[in-house]
Ligand binder design. Structure first.
Ligand SMILES: [Zn+2]
Length: 273
């Protein structure tokens, strides 16, 4: 599932193809994805110029001239491709935008087999989906102090708290597991006990794992944005996620999993306390 680094990777790939260009044609394949799409979406996108692309948590924001902003979420299985030639419409291609105004036209294809993704249009400063979102983990308002305040008196496990977008934005299962390993904290630990040095360690680990993933995403990006090619995600160098039964790189213990709130948590029972 695309998390903050993957969405940021997509944003960076889309900048040269979309920013300061206009949408000359928009194909919308169906009236809904996870939720209904805005009425007449294709018509409303056609002719609009795209401003500076930004990201908030796992959402992409594409400002359009005339004051509206397009909001995109990649859901569980969403991906974006950039083509230099008009592509055939695939079964799960739900939106195709033809971009003009650059050196050559390009086509942006949003594909989502499981349809947990979403596209919306909104006017004004913010969208209701973004209103209660917690701080950006790579931004200045995220700190050990802000994190321990947000976790204060929470009795649930820290792993589940990290997936809560109101506590911190953009983290999903992979990076929650990896950050807890980096901080030496058990996914089972009660969230309310994360303060002081533990909060410092966790904030540093979250930042480091996300930053490394973005840098690696950027690396694979250069290789992968070929005409018609899918935007490549970070080939993850993971410490614990997906490594059940394998040896911990730090201590040789066997990596274990537990289920928490319906999601698998991967951890090292020796390194994480
Ligand atoms: Zn270990």
């Amino acid at each position: 599932m695309p998390e903050l680094p993957e969405v940021e990777t997509v944003r960076r790939a889309l900048v040269p193809a979309m920013e300061d260009r206009h949408i000359s044609d928009a194909f919308i394949g169906r009236p809904d994805l996870r939720w209904p799409l805005p009425p007449r979406l294709g018509e409303r996108l056609t002719g609009r110029r795209v401003g500076p692309l930004s990201r908030r948590g796992k959402f992409l924001l594409l400002p359009l001239d005339g004051g509206e902003t397009m909001l995109m979420h990649l859901g569980m299985s969403g991906s974006v491709r950039i083509h230099d030639q008009r592509p055939e419409t695939g079964l799960h291609d739900h939106m195709i935008l033809e971009m003009q105004g650059g050196i050559r036209p390009q086509w942006i294809v949003f594909n989502d087999p499981r349809r947990f993704g979403w596209i919306d249009l909104f006017e004004g400063e913010t969208h209701p989906m973004l209103a209660d979102m917690g701080p950006e983990p790579l931004g200045n308002s995220f700190s050990a102090a802000s994190l321990s305040t947000a976790l204060d008196r929470r009795t649930g496990p820290i792993k589940t708290a990290l997936l809560n977008q109101q506590i911190v934005a953009g983290i999903g299962n992979i990076y929650a597991c990896e950050a807890l390993f980096g901080a030496g904290l058990s996914p089972r630990r009660r969230a309310g006990t994360i303060c002081g040095g533990r909060a410092e360690r966790l904030v540093a680990a979250i930042r480091s794992v996300l930053q490394r993933a973005i840098e690696d995403g950027g690396t694979s990006l250069r290789d992968h944005v070929q005409p018609g090619g899918e935007i490549g995600y970070f080939v993850q160098r993971l410490s614990v996620y997906g490594r059940e039964g394998e040896a911990c790189h730090q201590c040789d213990s066997v990596i274990k999993t537990i289920t928490q709130s319906g999601r698998s948590s991967f951890y090292c029972p020796t390194c994480q306390r």
